[in-house]
Design a protein around this ligand. Sequence first.
Ligand code: F6R
Length: 364
Amino acid sequence: EKGGYDSYMMKEIYEQPNALTNTLIGRLHDDTGEVNLDINLDPASFKRISIIACGTAYYAGMVGEYLIEQLARIPVDIDVASEYRYRDPLVSEHTLAIVMSQSGETIDTLEALREAKKFGAKTLGIINAKGSSMTREVDDTLYIHAGPEIGVASTKAYTSMVSAMLMLALWLGRARGTLTEDQSRELLHAARELPRLVEESLTPERVENVRAIAEKYADARDFLFLGRGVNSPTAYEGALKLKEISYIHAEAYAAGEMKHGPIALIDEHMPVVVVATESKLLEKTISNVQEVRARKGKVILVLSEGDTENARYGDDVIYVPRAHEMVSPVVNAVALQLLAIFIAEKLGKDVDKPRNLAKAVTVE
Ligand code: F6R
């Protein structure tokens, strides 16, 4: 049932082009630049958005926060569900609370949803599992349609959630007039490319390159992951994947934060994975890379295909297909999933059953 793969996790990594197709299908209208999400939300009925989730879903939410604020200009806060429940959040009937969850059963997220409802928030679920508890309690659900995810470490649900968030941001931006038809068309086109770009990320040549880099660094005790802007969550998610399945200590920072502390950790034993794909901020990211190199840190760069200019700043380079910056978190996440799984496999870990973890956390 693993379809010839060694693990569910690997199978699910390779299912991503399909999962993304299913997330996007029927929802993008190129001719008009509109997105049809079939949700009954009135986009004029709330003044702020609260995103609530745990773990990987939380990192997908961070990308969502960035996209919604950029494209729809609505103030967004994001909370890990276990904090939201207990922090007496500012929530009212003018709040849209968005819960994000693969399983739809995570107890912290479910209880946070109930808390938001208590104060009159409108609620939307971005959820994978059909008919799950959360889908029965939210006002409306935007299903991601990624298909069943069995590997404990979330992969395809992450990239599908990020894509769903992009569509939601586009929909909100169009409805609220912050995006022109042309801007919307451009982004819609970029979204439509995602299944193909991820498929291209998984060609044997690219995968083997990541495997070789993973094997080279599998003995490291710690890893640092850096990214900026819409790809700072990509760094967090990359570090989480590595921790979960390889048990290597990994931390992630927004690249500009490094000089405010974590740079003290860097020496020749510290591999630093830097997401440095095409972006307005690329030059700044590269100057962060130079700070790492000056302290003899080993740099693994994730670069856009064809960026030979910046390749010289990396000890190793993972090239990913070129993508519009706003969709690049999806493409970049795939490279970091591969890095994590190959490191874990090299160390002989059972990636489908990481110690101490369960697929759905239904106890507090
Ligand atoms: C990470 C992982 C966990 C889950 C988290 C939320 O790979 O699997 O961090 O993302 O427990 O789970 P859901 O999305 O089911 O609410």
